[in-house]
Ligand binder design. Structure first.
Ligand code: ZN
Length: 413
């Protein structure tokens, strides 16, 4: 049994190269680089949206097994008040039934195996699984700004001092700035430096409190970000130019990934109309490529539209059918940054960096995949993992086999 502790810091929308391209200014990331492991990237699962990747981080399986297809979902088989899952409506996310058929998340497994688990702003950790909650669980809610991250990291330190074994912390600041200003903006550069400073303070505290030798820290993100502002050459198309609100029961999400239920009897007609969209893959559920590990999700709708890189699909101008609904306004015709394109696209990739007693030092490894993280968490905590889609060979090289220091960056895997 591994006795060391684990802190997982999930930084939403932190693209793999955000810190490497500003390396001379980085403090915390330089500490991690010299005392830990850095992957060249982290490939998200499809679709490259937050919720699907959050649930994969917690379970180690693809969307077809955990079910969470996006930040918004519908389940027509449920009573009306239980039908919608909505990123901005906390009560909808707190319904336990969305877990049905999902594998057990790591915080539940760790709790069952005797670990003391603390979560802060971590999605669905506050929703019982198997009737079990972590010892202290706070779920996802809006917490913008770098101050929220600094505060969360400070609470993480307190919880380590209180003896928690697994501390799971989430921060949304980088994703917000990436969407609002784009991945190449001066604002994102500033935000990354601010988050680095907050992490640096966290590492200094670990050091001062003599926690560094027993605490492992993993910093990951759920996805990257692609610039789609006015000057990027992105082509904006509007769903409303192809279908009307009468054609559909519901359209979930917009921009890069859209899930659509056509009105009864209109599948073929709507499908044919959507095929005309420039810059999009349009699939009936059965046509979604197998390699995306998606289509057998119990929440997948009848039609799926995926924007090709270089395109952005505006949603229907229908308050009734489009979830979420965004009114097209002359002041915000463009979105500066988005994610959701195919996971192989370099811009869509996230970060994985880790340091602590269980990890190699000064070690750079090739890209790993979102489904590979779960087994890393289980190994560090010394708990028995459940079935998952990770591949041990992809991560076995990141663990310290002894306490030697490595004098130069090493290719591990
Ligand atoms: Zn985002």
């Amino acid at each position: 049994m591994g006795a060391n502790k684990l802190v997982i810091i999930l930084l939403d929308g932190f693209r793999w190269d955000y810190w490497t391209r500003d390396e001379p200014a980085m403090k915390a990331f330089e500490i991690i680089k010299s005392t830990g492991v850095c992957a060249r990237g982290l490939e998200p699962v499809f679709p490259v949206l937050s919720y699907p990747n959050w649930v994969t981080i917690g379970t180690g399986v693809y969307v077809d097994k955990h079910g969470f297809i996006g930040n918004y979902m519908v389940d027509p088989s449920k009573e009306k008040h239980e039908r919608l899952f909505h990123l901005r409506q906390k009560d909808t996310q707190q319904l336990a039934h969305w877990w049905e058929g999902s594998p057990e998340p790591i915080w539940t497994t760790a709790t069952k195996q005797g670990k003391r688990v603390f979560t802060r702003l971590w999605s669905r950790a506050d929703v019982p699984f198997d009737g079990i909650l972590p010892e202290e669980a706070m779920g996802y809610e809006d917490a913008p700004g770098v101050d929220a991250i600094e505060n969360t990291l400070g609470i993480g330190i307190e919880k380590l001092l209180e003896g928690f074994d697994l501390v799971m912390l989430y921060g949304e600041h980088i994703d917000n700035v990436g969407h609002a200003h784009g991945p190449d903006s001066v604002e994102i550069k500033t935000a990354v430096r601010e988050v680095d400073a907050a992490l640096h303070k966290f590492f200094r505290q670990l050091e001062e409190l003599n926690l560094s030798e027993t605490v492992n820290v993993i910093v990951v993100s759920d996805h990257g970000m692609t610039g789609t502002g006015k000057d990027t050459g992105t082509t904006y198309v509007s769903l409303g130019d192809y279908i009307t609100e009468d054609d559909v029961d519901v359209v979930l999400e917009s921009g890069t990934n859209l899930s659509i239920t056509p009105s009864p009897g209109k599948l073929e007609e709507v499908y044919a109309k959507l095929q005309q969209i420039e810059g999009a893959f349009v699939w009936k559920r059965d046509e979604i490529p197998d390699e995306l590990n998606f289509k057998s999700s119990r929440y997948a709708l009848e039609i799926y539209v995926l924007a090709k890189p270089g395109y952005f699909i505006r949603g229907l101008q229908s308050q009734k059918k489009q979830i979420p609904f965004r009114e097209l306004h002359p002041d915000h015709m463009y979105c500066e940054g988005v994610h959701g394109y195919t996971p192989e696209l370099p811009d869509q990739k996230g970060i994985f960096v880790a340091c602590g007693p269980d990890f190699k030092q000064n070690c750079i490894v090739p890209e790993i995949r979102m489904v590979d993280l779960y087994q890393v968490f289980a190994k560090v905590m010394g708990i028995t993992p459940l079935a998952h889609d990770g591949c041990w060979d992809n991560v076995s090289g990141i663990f310290a086999t002894n306490n030697n220091n490595y004098s130069s960056p090493t290719e591990c895997v």
